[in-house]
Write a protein of this length. Structure first.
Length: 154
């Protein structure tokens, strides 16, 4: 378990560093205040943007990172976002919220591209390693083309 998570749960917060406490969405649902709903929705978007920005920066730094932690934080943010969207109950979000959503979309597109690049690099490295292991275990009797043909009959 990551040390940051342990510290957060030990302190009773249950949240990772950089995470913010959720807005009381149920209280806003019963209050019917559209300004409060917009504010709560915008805060959810801001938290998601922070997580996405942190993950993108960490991937670009090429340092080892805990992708599971980022996945958990993004999942939590998505849950908050989907809950807060109910606050509008058929109404239209403000222009500020729509602009913030457009910004989040751009950040998600960038994050997706960086994640794709990272995944392609992982695949390439794993292919090189698998080929090296296969070659090390081979006694050289069969050429690669014969081995490939033999595998196609399996």
């Amino acid at each position: 378990m990551p040390a940051a998570f342990q510290a957060a749960t030990r302190n009773g917060g249950g949240q990772l560093p950089g995470a913010h406490h959720a807005v009381d969405l149920e209280a806003l649902l019963t209050g019917g205040d559209s300004d409060a709903a917009s504010l709560a929705f915008e805060q959810c978007i801001i938290r998601l943007e922070e997580v996405v920005d942190q993950e993108t920066a960490a991937l670009r730094s090429r340092a080892p990172i805990n992708l599971r932690e980022f996945t958990n934080r993004k999942s939590q943010g998505l849950l908050e976002l989907s809950r807060s969207i109910r606050l509008f109950q058929g109404g239209r979000p403000s222009n500020a919220v729509l602009a913030r959503l457009a910004g989040l979309r751009e950040k998600l597109d960038t994050n997706g591209a960086v994640l794709k690049l990272h995944l392609e690099a992982v695949r390439e490295v794993s292919t090189v390693m698998a080929d090296a292991i296969r070659d090390a275990e081979s006694d050289g009797t069969y050429q690669p083309s014969v081995r490939a043909a033999a595998n196609s009959y399996d």
